[in-house]
Design a protein around this ligand. Structure first.
Ligand code: HSE
Length: 297
């Protein structure tokens, strides 16, 4: 009648795949406890870690839980406890972890009536509350694990992409907040054909590289000519971090809508060297930050 879950942080976009590509971290995430209640409805009884609304309709985990609940219509209710470890607005899928976590846990307690694609749909309702648009590039990897590509959102179609076994990510989270809605508002509405060609060539070759364990092709594909040039201006010292990290990394880019920056590496040793290189850059500034290394799972 009760379940405790770990809901992982995720990196969306992965440079070239704006709104479609994402991957899941295996060490950073939120914890949630969900239990059945005799009283019907969805209730949030506890939130620890960060200041978030208890009103179900204003809480990402609540909105997604409610979307599933209204569809399932059980004759009992659910109480949600959220132990928020991922800072909201950090760019590693904080809202998606809440949204995916609550629907995953409730589905388990109901005896798994819904598949992961259907759970993605419900979670997207919560994510839309946070970002102002329905996209699933953080939710899909949180629910499916590993790398995912969201082929379409209406209807939802998620493709699971294999992860090379020696692929690691280093993340730096500068302690500033960038709202996803604002980071989306600054993007151009139209894209030059020449840039679009470069971008879809990169997405295709990155997916191919992940399927064939081709680290050098991953390196050549981690390039974003459409979104990064606009958003990088919002992230202090982005270019310095990228330059320093790329000494050891396969590639470096903005994690989701920022401010976190991610770098992919072959092997944990390189990932740790990247972490040190990034720390050296940010230590010289007066911006507080944290870094971590994770396997992609
Ligand atoms: N694809 C989204 C964006 C991820 O970059 O705006 C953040 O929700």
């Amino acid at each position: 009648n009760e379940i405790k879950i770990f809901s992982p942080a995720t990196v969306a976009n992965v440079s070239c795949g704006f709104d479609v590509l994402g991957f899941c971290l295996d060490t950073i995430g939120d914890e949630m406890i969900i239990r059945k209640t005799d009283k019907k409805g969805i209730y949030i009884s506890k939130i620890e870690g960060h200041d978030l609304p208890f009103e179900v309709e204003k809480n990402v985990a609540g909105v997604s839980a409610l979307a599933l609940y209204e569809d399932a219509q059980p004759n009992f209710g659910f109480e949600i406890e959220i132990y928020k470890k991922i800072k909201p607005g950090s760019g590693v899928g904080s809202s998606s972890a809440s949204a995916a976590g609550s629907v995953f846990a409730i589905n388990e307690l109901l005896g798994k009536p819904y598949n992961k694609t259907q759970l993605t749909y419900f979670a997207m309702k919560g994510e839309a509350l946070a970002s102002g648009s329905e996209h699933a590039d953080n939710i899909a990897p949180a629910l499916f694990g590993g790398f995912t590509l969201v082929k379409s959102v209406t209807p939802i179609e998620v493709l699971q992409i294999p992860t090379p076994s020696n692929l690691y990510v280093t993340v730096i989270h500068p302690q500033i907040e960038i709202k996803t809605s604002e980071a989306r508002a600054i993007l151009p509405k139209e894209v030059e054909l020449k840039k679009a060609i470069t971008q879809w060539a990169n997405v295709g070759s990155l997916v191919h590289a992940l399927h064939t364990n081709d680290y050098q092709l991953i390196k050549r594909s981690l390039e974003d000519v459409i979104v990064e040039p606009h958003r990088s201006k919002l992230i202090p010292f982005f270019n310095d971090v990228k330059l320093a990290a790329n000494t050891y990394a396969l590639g470096t880019g903005i994690s989701g809508s920022g401010p976190s920056i991610f770098a992919l590496s072959e092997g944990i040793e390189n990932a740790k060297k990247v972490e040190q290189a990034i720390r050296n850059v940010y230590s010289k500034t007066d911006i507080a930050f944290e870094t971590y290394v994770s396997k992609i799972n």
